[in-house]
Write a protein that binds this ligand. Structure first.
Ligand SMILES: [Zn+2]
Length: 132
């Protein structure tokens, strides 16, 4: 393609998302037209089709929407949790809860986002919310 669309110049939404996480900031795009957040990050609002997006820092607060335990032998790392978390700002994402036995994660539990930087690309996991 020879023409360049200025609207889509620069790094893509996945790159921006990862760059924020590397700076210890959990941020997602919010649509300036319909005011909805979305995950995963996109260049077009999935709610209204708008292009007028703005990156906003999130509270990190969320609630367990669904949860399951993936069973593994202890010598292979033991059981782990896979869950869907509904963020306070609205989007829902798949993740896991660390710092608690996977069988103790319950629907409706309040959780807090933590940026995991163990691998090449940082990603979001959750821990039980304090004081709940
Ligand atoms: Zn929108």
């Amino acid at each position: 393609m020879s023409a360049t669309n200025e609207r889509f110049s620069g790094p893509g939404p996945d790159q921006i998302y990862s760059d924020f996480l590397r700076k210890d900031v959990f941020s997602l795009p919010q649509c300036k037209d319909c005011h909805e957040f979305h995950f995963f990050p996109r260049v077009v609002c999935p709610h209204c089709g708008g292009f007028n997006l703005e990156w906003k820092t999130l509270s990190g607060k969320g609630e367990i929407y669904s949860t399951t335990t993936i069973r593994r032998k202890p010598e292979r790392g033991g059981n782990y949790n896979v869950c869907h978390v509904t963020l306070e700002e609205g989007p829902r994402l798949m993740s896991r809860v660390d710092g608690v036995d996977s069988l103790d994660v319950k629907i409706g539990d309040q959780v807090t986002a933590v940026i995991n930087k163990d691998g090449n690309d940082p990603f979001i996991v959750f821990v039980p919310a304090q004081g709940v």
